[in-house]
Structure formats: structure tokens, C-alpha cells
Design a protein around this ligand. Structure first.
Ligand SMILES: *Cc1c(COP(=O)(O)O)cnc(C)c1O
Length: 414
């Protein structure tokens, strides 16, 4: 691990906060579906002198001098991403998922244009039209839903709304949806009305890159993804598209949305893509899915309800209504035993978003630590017990100790 000697001598306050967080990550368990642990190579790259450089523009056409090495870094990131996702064009500069989506909308839409996205309490993201987000303020979002019985996206419902409303763009790809997405059906519907297809694969990009989930990149107009979730790279995002939209997208990212790219992060993206191209990453991604399916089955055996009754990817959403506990309360109890999770809405949630009825659990981070089915079975039992014994401080303490022991035997950094 990095030793932070200089920081320690210069700034005790921040040094101490980092050390505390390092200890927390080592001793506690991360079941937040959007989190992961980057490799030490990716960590090192983020901490390099590349942060000193300004590189507005693109390789070969910059607005500042001194780019001969930076261009190479950015071109490498682009080439690796193209290979990973079979993309015709890639922009590796977006600073994070939300700014990437802002650039996508800017490239294809005018303010006020109609966009069709998933209803947010059904698993969509803030940047897919939430009223408090720029997307909901600038564009006219209308919504499709998941089927309330199956918990799956109802493609007939999507088609009906699309034909009636004729949106200019259809958005697919979600933050709390555990099933395969029928990209081809989305594409067919969009073609019927001449709409753009936009896939936001922020959550599942690593599983798609590993070839385990279907890849929309070859036939959707535009695809965005964060690089820090299942893809296990630095915090950031990329946008992919067909070659014919390359210029539109590049202009929207710079100068449309952003100034200078973060070259140290671009380099770390390249390193992470290099890792994802290796066969070990495919094995990792397979285990992520096996672990999520195991967790889903174990929780079902304990009488928990799972939205859509299972999972095809890295996450599950528990519907806690039959357990007489809210998502927020469950999140707080699990925090007490050293397990981080995130409360989540469930489709047609009777409770408000701040105190929803669901809890989202994901396996990308614990799988990076090396945990497999036998560990998942223990974790499922502890989650069940923590909820069952939520008022028993002794029991919670005992569970916290077990969590810590397990985590310490699966170190993140050796
Ligand atoms: C996480 C996520 C984003 C946003 O990413 P940030 O980097 O947090 O801005 C966008 N879309 C989806 C579907 C996500 O899950």
C-alpha cells in the first residue's frame, strides 16, 4: 500500500481521515452495488504527476502545448475501450456518470425535447429525468415502468408509450435493476418511431465487457458508462457511439460540458481497461454473478422477497415489506454490524424515497476481495440475524465481530 509519508508530515487532519477510512474499508464489508476496489496499479496511476497537465481538446488537436505523452495516454485508453466493448468511437474524457449523461443529452437533444426513461422508483438513475436533476429540469422526460407482478421491464408498455408519445430518445440502463435488458427490443421500438437509442450501462459495464451480459454497444446510437462500478476502474466515465456520431459527442463533452480532461484519471482508465481485457477479469465477473445469485437464493430461503424474484447480474433488491422493517432502518442496522448497503425504492413503493421499502445489495466489491459462495452464505445469515435481532445490542456486537474477522481474512490490499 501507499505510505503517504509526505502527507503525514504536512497535513495530519487529512492524513488521519484517510487512515481511518483505510481501516474502515479493511475491516468492514461493502455490499453497496455501485462500489468496488481498484487495483494498486490503478491507485498508483491516479496519484501521478499527470494531474499537473492541461489538455483541452483531443489527441492531435489540443489547445495547449506539451502534449506528446498525454496524447499517447488518451489514445491508449480509447483503443482499449474500443476493444473491450466493440465500440466504433469512444470519448474517455467525461468526469463522471452524470456529466457523461449531460453530454449525451446535449449532443442529441434541445432543451424541452421529449425523452423516454424508466420511472425512477422502478430502478432508474437521477440523471434519467428526476425533477431535482438537470435532466428533469432541461428535458421533457416521460416514463415507462416495470411490471408490478414480475418486477421486469414491460416491453409492451414501453412500446405503447413510445408510439403514443414519440420521444426523440429512449434511455435504457439502470441503477437498481437485476435482470437482463432486452436491448434489441428497445432498438426495434426506437426504430419504429425514429428515436435515438441511449444505453447507460454504468452498473453492468464490467459484466458486459466480460461477455456475460448482452452488449448494446454495437447497435445502440450512444452508450455511457461510469468506470468505477463493476468495471473496477477510477471514478469517471466514458461515452461510446457509432462513428457517425463521433463529432457530435466529442463537441458536447468539450467544449460543450467540460474544460480540461483529468489526464491522471484517463491514464488510470487505460490501466483498468487493460486489466479488464485479461482472462482473470472474466473469471472475476463470473464470480460476481454467481455470488449475487447465491445471495439471492439464500435470502429467499430466509423468507425475504426479492424484486423480480432473483438476479441475472451483480445486484439484488430486497422488498422488506413482509419483514416489518424499512430500507433505511435495515441500512442503519447493517451499518452497526459493519456491512454497508443502500436503501432503495421498490416498484410502486408505498413509502417515500427517503424511507423506501427496499434494500439494494451488490457483490462486486466482496468478490474483488476473493469471497465466494461459502462466504456469501455466512453473510446472508448475518444479514437475516441482524434484522431479526435489531434490538439486541449483544447479538449485533457479536455479528460485527464476525464481519470484521471475515473481512480481515480477505484483505483488499496485500
Ligand atoms: C452511477 C450511475 C450514474 C452516475 O454516475 P456518477 O459517476 O455518480 O455521476 C449514471 N447512471 C447510472 C445508471 C448509474 O447507476
Amino acid at each position: 500500500m501507499l505510505n503517504y509519508e509526505k502527507l503525514k508530515n504536512q497535513d495530519q487532519k487529512i492524513y488521519q481521515a484517510i487512515k481511518n477510512e483505510e481501516k474502515r474499508q479493511a475491516e468492514e464489508m461493502e455490499l453497496i452495488a455501485s462500489e468496488n476496489y481498484v487495483s494498486e496499479a490503478v491507485l498508483e496511476t491516479m496519484g501521478t504527476i499527470l494531474t499537473n497537465k492541461y489538455s483541452e481538446g483531443y489527441p492531435g488537436k489540443r489547445y495547449y502545448g506539451g502534449q506528446k505523452f498525454i496524447d499517447d495516454v488518451e489514445k491508449t485508453a480509447i483503443e482499449r475501450a474500443k476493444k473491450l466493448f466493440k465500440a466504433e468511437h469512444v470519448n474517455v474524457q467525461p468526469l463522471s456518470g452524470s456529466p457523461a449523461n449531460a453530454a449525451v443529452y446535449m449532443a442529441f437533444l434541445k432543451p424541452g425535447d421529449k425523452v423516454l426513461g424508466l420511472k425512477l422508483d422502478h430502478g432508474g438513475h437521477l440523471s434519467h429525468g428526476h425533477p431535482v436533476n438537470f435532466s428533469g429540469m432541461l428535458y421533457n422526460f416521460i416514463q415507462y415502468e416495470v411490471n408490478s407482478e414480475t418486477g421486469r421491464i414491460d416491453m409492451e408498455n414501453v412500446r405503447k408509450i413510445a408510439l403514443k408519445e414519440k420521444p426523440k430518445m429512449i434511455v435504457a440502463g439502470y441503477s437498481a435493476y437485476s435482470r437482463e435488458i432486452e436491448w434489441e427490443k428497445f432498438k426495434e421500438i426506437a426504430d419504429e418511431i425514429g428515436a435515438y437509442t441511449f444505453a447507460d450501462i454504468a452498473h453492468t459495464a464490467g459484466l458486459i465487457a466480460a461477455g456475460l451480459l448482452e452488449n448494446p454497444v454495437p447497435f445502440f446510437d450512444v452508450i455511457s458508462t461510469t468506470t468505477h462500478k463493476t468495471l473496477r476502474g477510477p471514478r469517471g466515465a466514458i461515452i461510446m457511439s457509432k462513428e457517425k456520431w463521433a463529432q457530435k459527442i466529442d463537441r458536447a463533452v468539450f467544449p460543450g460540458m467540460q474544460g480540461g480532461p483529468h489526464d491522471h484519471i484517463t491514464a488510470a482508465k487505460a490501466v483498468a481497461f487493460g486489466e479488464a481485457l485479461k482472462s482473470e477479469f472474466k473469471e472475476y465477473a463470473k464470480q460476481v454473478i454467481i455470488n449475487a445469485k447465491t445471495l439471492s437464493e439464500e435470502m429467499k430461503n430466509f423468507g425475504f422477497k426479492i424484486v423480480s424474484n432473483g438476479t441475472d447480474n451483480h445486484l439484488i433488491v430486497l422488498d422488506l415489506r413482509n419483514k416489518k422493517i424499512s430500507g433505511k432502518e435495515a441500512e442503519t442496522i447493517l451499518d452497526k454490524i459493519g456491512i454497508s448497503t443502500s436503501r432503495s425504492t421498490i416498484p410502486n413503493d408505498p413509502n417515500p424515497p427517503m424511507n423506501p421499502s427496499g434494500l439494494r445489495l451488490g457483490t462486486p466489491a466482496i468478490t474483488t476481495r476473493g469471497m465466494k459462495e461459502s462466504e456469501i452464505k455466512k453473510i446472508a445469515l448475518w444479514i437475516k440475524e441482524a434484522i431479526e435481532f435489531k434490538n439486541n445490542e449483544e447479538k449485533l456486537k457479536e455479528l460485527k465481530k464476525k464481519t470484521k474477522e471475515l473481512c480481515l481474512s480477505f484483505p483488499i490490499y496485500k
